[in-house]
Design a protein around this ligand. Sequence first.
Ligand SMILES: [Zn+2]
Length: 103
Amino acid sequence: MTSIDTPDRRLDGNALAGPLLELFTIDLSAAMATCVHCDGTAPLGEQQLYADAPALVLRCRDCTGVLLRYSADSHSTGIATVRADLSGLRLLVAHVPAAGASR
Ligand SMILES: [Zn+2]
């Protein structure tokens, strides 16, 4: 049986940035994620991603609790179904350009 902490299974959370762009319009790698399990806070990109499960599973770097699960299935119609379970995140804080600000 493989332990959750096996280093060869882990990627850093930055590997989740591309898939999340299917759902969000900004790169969330630098967004501060607060864990619902332990209240630990760290950038999303510094959490631990497990990409060998049926879904992408992002776990807290402090307590290994599940922060989010994400999957996308493409259909022959050209439409994809995206599923995102964010229930392990107490809070996600991102800095974005203010409305009306020049980019
Ligand atoms: Zn945690």
